[in-house]
Design a protein around this ligand. Structure first.
Ligand code: SF4
Ligand code: SF4
Length: 311
């Protein structure tokens, strides 16, 4: 049975510039798409990995659904805005083809707004009309979507690369992916179960155990893997030894240590002073490097993120 999403939530999301696609997916213009076309400034992933910001679609197939309610998350969570819905009451899923076509159309609509902007870089705008990358990362847990491997495959068949960003609480879904993404991100935003329960607020049983299962499975992926740590001042920046143990277990290609940013609906839950400064992220990353075989290879001061890989 379908569980309807409250119209007031849909209105709030539209106001926040989410372009709804089908019943449960969305595209949202990334700030860096705008910055790239208008000010020739790209996101840190262009710097780190070569993803072109102006040709990137930021999307989610699981807009309303997640296994966690992280304090720092920018998505609207049930209970924010006094609007409630079942975040684990999953719908009848749209097909991957519908989601990909709808996402490409939504991106084209977003880009049509730049046509009259005299500051737009015309070469980039022309290139942007052919997206090359899908960041399956916008909001929600994408592995809840029932055809996630097929969605990745359809994007690949359309000539796009993909990043899949998961919270790792559904290891069986990751194990049975019919197509790997171009790069797989697993969020590790707590050093231990106690902090995990407080900061990531899981909505399913044994979520911590499941996350550690995912970490154990990570070396079996052929694609590059990333452990993403979103750090919130006073909440999850301690116990670096325990973070190092989790890294050892997962053996990722990269680690991204990143500051919480006071954006989206997270501002309803956290004060802006909970954003760590870049120096605090750098100190954390240095601590991690000392305890693991990883080295700092790059950083973006503006985005408050430090990249490490295995030396
Ligand atoms: S990779 Fe992420 S930050 Fe960069 S343009 Fe795409 S969605 Fe935005
Ligand atoms: S797992 Fe991701 S989408 Fe879900 S609440 Fe946490 S940050 Fe938000």
């Amino acid at each position: 049975m379908e569980h309807p999403i409250p119209p007031s939530l849909l209105q709030a999301l539209k106001k926040h510039k989410y372009h709804l696609v089908g019943k449960h997916s969305a595209v949202k213009r990334c700030k860096w798409l705008y910055e790239s076309i208008i000010h020739d400034r790209a996101c840190y992933k262009q710097k780190f990995y070569g993803i072109k910001s102006h040709q990137c679609i930021q999307m989610s197939p699981s807009l309303f659904y997640c296994t966690q309610q992280c304090l720092f998350c920018w998505r609207a969570q049930s209970g924010d805005l006094q609007i409630k819905w079942g975040e684990m009451k999953l719908p009848n899923w749209d097909s991957p083809q519908e989601i990909v076509e709808g996402s490409l159309k939504a991106q084209a609509k977003i880009l049509s707004g730049y046509g009259g902007n005299p500051k737009a870089n015309w070469q980039k705008l022309t290139e942007a009309l052919t997206p090359r990358h899908a960041a399956i990362s916008l909001t929600g847990e994408p592995t809840l979507y029932g055809h996630i491997g097929e969605l990745i495959r359809v994007f690949h068949n359309r000539g796009l690369t993909t990043y899949l960003v998961s919270n790792g609480t559904l290891p069986s879904k990751l194990a049975e992916l019919s197509e790997e993404p171009t790069q797989l991100y697993i969020s590790v935003c707590a050093p231990n179960e106690k902090v995990f329960k407080r900061v990531c607020r899981p909505q399913i049983p044994k979520a911590w155990v499941k996350l550690t299962e995912t970490l154990t499975m990570l070396p079996s992926f052929r694609c590059p893997t990333v452990i993403r740590m979103t750090l919130v001042k006073g909440h999850n920046t301690e116990a670096i030894d325990e973070y190092a143990e989790l890294v050892e277990r997962a053996d990722p290609t990269y680690i991204e240590a990143k500051a919480y940013m006071h954006v989206g609906f997270s501002s309803l839950r956290l004060d802006y002073r909970k954003m760590p400064q870049h120096k605090e992220i750098r100190d954390f990353a240095e601590g991690l490097a000392e305890r693991t075989g990883y080295s700092i290879i790059d950083e973006s001061v503006e985005s408050r993120v430090v990249l490490l890989n295995k030396s």
